[in-house]
Design a protein around this ligand. Sequence first.
Ligand code: SAM
Length: 261
Amino acid sequence: MTSQQRTKATAAGVYDWYLNGHHHLPCDAEVAIAAQKVFPLAGQVARYNREFLQRAVRWMIQQGIRQFLDIGSGYPVAGNVHEIAQGYASGTRVVYVDLDPDTVRVSNELLADDPNAICLRGDAREPEDIFARATLLDFAKPVGLLLVSVLPFVPGDVVPLVRRYVERLAPGSYLGLTHITLTEDEQARRRQSEVTQTYNANVQQNVTTRSPEEVLELFDGTELVPPGLVHATHWNAPRGYLPAPDDQASAVLLGGVGRVR
Ligand SMILES: C[S@@+](CC[C@H](N)C(=O)[O-])C[C@H]1O[C@@H](n2cnc3c(N)ncnc32)[C@H](O)[C@@H]1O
């Protein structure tokens, strides 16, 4: 199905709208706006998430990582993984994976002239299939695995799933991820629950929120690098950048990077 035939919002389309991208449809915009009416900071959460992704990629490049596996990559928007990584280290190889066929089509149009980057249609729940098809990458060497805001779209116990990825990665690889969590502020929490209900009623992929303890468990088999699992805004934040302590957009998004042992 091409994007033009779709009438129900997708996670990728709603996220693209929040990031001022060019690939969403009116049905995505409608859900994004409705969600913002309930939780006005929804767009800010998307921007914080994207900024974490970009900082994590830069940091992994500084650690010597030259190949990335980005699962649940979404539509290309400014500052994609391959642009950042190759900007620092040309020749860095990137395999993007997404379940949404339209994001894969659009990504591969953008990547047509880049022999070092490709987007595969794949399901995060099937790591073995992804490893078998990500032949651009050499899994005998360290890889930067990015599971940035994709696990909220996978229901159930995702700890064993992430473990299956980590076990296949060479020592010295990194796992970077973000995850939505519930804020401690009661009023914001109510609005957050309401917005999750609106989202899940109208978007093809439902969102699951996990507690900080559950998110921490996802790093089993890795060693969390400083500053550990924190609000994504606080992970390697540039000096003077930190949001206010009562910023509820910052409070709902956790981020961290673990080094594979
Ligand atoms: C919120 S976007 C995140 C995009 C990107 N990772 C980022 O952080 O900027 C979530 C993406 O995950 C994709 N997705 C959802 N479930 C998936 C699954 N089971 N396997 C692969 N991708 C999935 C959606 O299609 C969407 O593009």
